[in-house]
Design a protein around this ligand. Structure first.
Ligand SMILES: [Zn+2]
Length: 437
C-alpha cells in the first residue's frame, strides 16, 4: 500500500503560558497554545490556509477534531463558507482519539482526500498541565511532500491505554517506558520495516508520541536507529498529539531532504505506526505557519479560557440568515459608481442605485482607521479596525487576540477566521484583522 501526500500545511498557535503559571501547572512554558479567540475550527481553517493551492478535492474530508461545540457538518459548512473548501463533500469524522497513523490510513483508496487535524483540548481540571496545540492539513495525491510506505497497528488486550491516567501521568512511568514503549515500539517498527523491506539503519530516525517522557538515546540504541525524537508535549490522552506528531515528522523529513525515510510511532498500550519517505518537493510542499509567540496566559486569563461564558444574544435564526454572506465576504458592486457595499444591501452605499451585482471581497487590505475599545463587559481592550480591502469594499472588525502590536493607519492586514464569542451554547465566528507582515 502506498499513499501519496501532495501538500501539507501546519499551524502552530502563538500563545504561551506565563512562566509562573507553567511552573504551577507543572509543564514547560514554551508549549504553543491557542489564543483566546481561537478554537478547533479556527485552527483547522488556518492549517487549510497553508495548503498553497486551494483546498479543493473530489475526495472526502477526513476530519479529526477534538470535540468543540460544532458537529462535523456544521464545521464543514463554516470551512466552506470561509473559503477553504469548495464544495460539499463526504466527511469521514474520526474520533478525537485517532492518532496520525489512523487518519492517514483512512485516506487509502480515496485518491484526492483532504485530512484536517487539530490538537486542541483543555484538561477538564484547570490545575492540570495542558498539552500543546497545533493543526495540520494534508492533501493526498501525488507524493510531492511524502509517500506513506506502510501503516501498522498493534492492538493489545488491556484496559484503555490512557483512560485511568492521573493528571500528572501514569503511575509507573519507567514501567511504561521500558515495557510498553520500548517493547511495543520494537514490534511495530519491525512490522513497518519488514513490510517495506527497509533496514532500521536506513531511517533518519523515529518520531515517538508516548504517554510518558522517554529517554531518546536509550530507545535509539535499543531500536538500532540513528535518532529518536518526540513531538512537543506528552500525549496524555490517545491521539492528543496527532497534529504535533505529524508536524515533527515533516520537519525532520524536510531537514533530511528528498528520499529520507522516517518512522512515526504512537505508543501506549499497543500503538500505531507509519513509515514515511520524503517526496521530491518536501522543501516546498510542506508549509508551516509558526510565527514568534505573542500573547501569554496568566492565572486570570487561563481560568477564564476554560470557563464557558454564557451569552444570551446569539440568535440561531440570525446566524443562519446572515452568517453565510458575512463569512463568505459576499458584497455588491454598483454598476454606475463602482462602490462596493458590504454587508450586502439592496442599494449602493455610494449613490443609492439598485443596479448592483455580486462581488466577493478580497481578504487583504490596508488600515484606514482604528480605535481602542475599553468596554466594561469586555474582558480586555479590543482594537476595532476599519480596512479598505484590495479591489474595493470596506471591512470593520476586531484585531485578533494574538498580535505583536496594535495596528496603525497604512498597515497591510489580512482577514483571519476567529471566534467572536460563544452564545446560547454556540460558537460565533467572524473575520478579524491580522497584521500581514
Ligand atoms: Zn453607486
Amino acid at each position: 500500500m502506498t499513499i501519496g501526500i501532495e501538500l501539507a500545511g501546519a499551524y502552530v498557535p502563538r500563545y504561551r503560558l506565563e512562566p509562573t503559571l507553567a511552573q504551577a501547572l507543572g509543564c514547560p512554558s514554551d508549549i504553543p497554545l491557542h489564543a483566546p479567540d481561537e478554537d478547533a475550527l479556527t485552527l483547522l481553517w488556518t492549517a487549510l490556509e497553508q495548503l498553497t493551492d486551494h483546498a479543493a478535492s473530489s475526495g472526502p474530508l477526513i476530519l479529526r477534531s477534538p470535540a468543540g461545540e460544532l458537529e462535523p457538518r456544521a464545521l464543514v459548512a463554516y470551512l466552506a463558507v470561509a473559503g477553504r473548501l469548495t464544495e460539499p463533500r463526504s466527511v469521514l469524522a474520526m474520533s478525537p482519539q485517532t492518532g496520525a497513523a489512523g487518519v492517514i490510513r483512512a485516506a487509502a483508496g480515496h485518491g484526492s482526500a483532504i485530512a484536517a487535524l487539530a490538537d486542541q483540548e483543555r484538561p477538564a481540571d484547570l490545575t492540570a498541565a495542558p498539552s500543546s496545540d497545533c493543526s495540520i492539513a494534508l492533501r493526498f495525491g501525488a507524493p510531492r511532500a511524502a509517500e506513506v510506505l506502510g501503516v501498522a497497528s498493534l492492538a493489545v488486550l488491556s484496559f484503555d491505554r490512557w483512560a485511568r491516567m492521573a493528571a500528572d501521568g501514569p503511575p509507573d512511568t519507567r514501567f511504561v517506558e521500558e515495557t510498553l514503549v520500548a517493547g511495543d515500539g520494537a514490534e511495530l517498527l519491525g512490522q513497518l520495516l519488514a513490510g517495506a523491506r527497509v533496514a532500521s539503519g536506513q531511517l533518519v530516525g523515529v518520531v515517538v508520541s508516548a504517554a510518558v517522557g522517554i529517554r531518546h538515546h536509550r530507545l535509539a540504541k535499543q531500536w538500532q536507529v540513528p535518532r529518536v525524537w518526540s513531538p512537543l508535549g506528552v500525549e496524555r490522552t490517545a491521539g492528543r498529539l496527532a497534529g504535533a506528531t505529524l508536524l515533527a515528522a515533516f520537519e525532520r523529513l524536510r531537514e533530511a531532504g528528498p528520499g529520507a525515510l522516517l518512522a512515526v510511532l504512537e505508543l501506549g498500550w499497543g500503538g500505531d505506526g507509519l513509515l514515511l519517505r520524503a517526496g521530491p518537493e518536501i522543501g516546498t510542499a510542506v508549509r508551516t505557519l509558526a510565527d514568534p509567540p505573542c500573547g501569554s496566559y496568566d492565572y486570570r486569563r487561563w481560568l477564564r479560557a476554560g470557563a464557558d461564558t454564557p451569552d444570551t444574544w446569539t440568535s440561531p435564526a440570525k446566524l443562519r440568515r446572515e452568517t453565510g454572506n458575512l463569512l463568505g465576504l459576499a458584497a455588491r458592486r454598483c454598476a454606475s459608481c463602482r462602490v462596493v457595499t458590504f454587508p450586502v444591501n439592496e442599494s449602493c452605499e455610494g449613490c443609492g442605485s439598485t443596479d448592483t451585482s455580486a462581488f466577493t471581497l478580497a481578504r487583504r487590505g490596508t488600515v484606514v482607521s482604528h480605535n481602542l475599545d475599553r468596554l466594561f463587559a469586555a474582558p480586555e481592550e479590543v482594537q476595532m479596525v476599519v480596512v479598505d480591502l484590495d479591489g474595493g469594499g470596506r471591512f470593520f472588525g476586531q484585531l485578533v487576540a494574538d498580535t505583536s502590536r496594535w495596528v496603525v493607519v497604512g498597515d497591510r492586514v489580512r482577514l483571519a477566521l476567529r471566534l467572536l464569542h460563544r452564545g446560547a451554547g454556540m460558537p460565533h465566528y467572524f473575520w478579524k484583522v491580522e497584521l500581514d507582515d
